[in-house]
Design a protein around this ligand. Sequence first.
Ligand code: GRG
Length: 303
Amino acid sequence: IGQAEAAVDRFDLKAYMADKARRVDAALDRAVPLRYPERLHESMRYSLLSAGKRICPILALASCELVGGDEATVMPVACAVEMLHAVSLIHDDLPCMDNDDLRRGQPSNHRVFGEGTAVITGDALIALAFEHVAAATASVPADRVLRAVAEYGSAIGSEGLVAGQFVDIDSEGKAVGVGVLEYIHLHKTARLLEAAAACGVIVGGGGDAEVESVRRYARCVGQLFQVVDDILDVTKTTEELGKTAGKDVASGKTTYPKLMGLEKAQELAQTLVVKAEAELHGFDRVKAAPLRHLARYIADRQN
Ligand code: GRG
């Protein structure tokens, strides 16, 4: 027990994430070769391979390893969730949605490739994500692959990501309560993290109870991500006015600090970390270390 505890304490999340992100990027690079029509594949690669944190795929890898599965088995499922995440960002940036010129510090997809190409780049990446799960997980029993396909389908559909985006668009300019704000975050952000984590456990051969624990963990982490985002938006605004932070405050967008005050929002963040960690108690402590540290990292991040 002493040695296991020491290993958990020594765990270097930064190194772990950098290593996993590098491997995910190599797999994504292989998954989308620059074929004809080159401009379309260039557009897919532009958004997919640009410098993101790769939190969804890392969550899938860590969740698979949590139940004893290996990285090679889960990699296609991890790549697929990053493809779906990329679609959501490309479409969210479009002029008909958020109309953002920048994404990950670079011009957004439609600014480089044009609106039409940005829309169909998203379409192509959705199709590829499902093809990739179905075709590249050769060594995984078919019933697990089927469950992963269903999981991703429901995560992005009209009761998942799209639902969150719809309610978000629909509530623009309206006074929104905590219930609706929570609905938007649970669907726009947490749902894809849940699916990534659940698919990691499914592909790794975990049982239903394990899938559900990890799903609840990821849901807390997703909500936490948004609460911290809102808190940073307030705290950064006072520090560095004029930068991109504070955009939400300036735009009149509903945030947790606005609805409940900064202190209560900070309390909520703390509660969510504790809840996320509690979901990991039934697992091997060493194998659960990445997920435990990931929740802390999301709570403590400064930008
Ligand atoms: C059919 C997949 C699909 C989507 C259509 C457009 C849309 C519906 C949904 C938009 C959802 C959206 C933009 C959610 C925001 C999620 C979020 C927290 C993004 C930021 O994630 P980070 O910080 O980004 O992990 P990086 O750049 O690190 O990957």
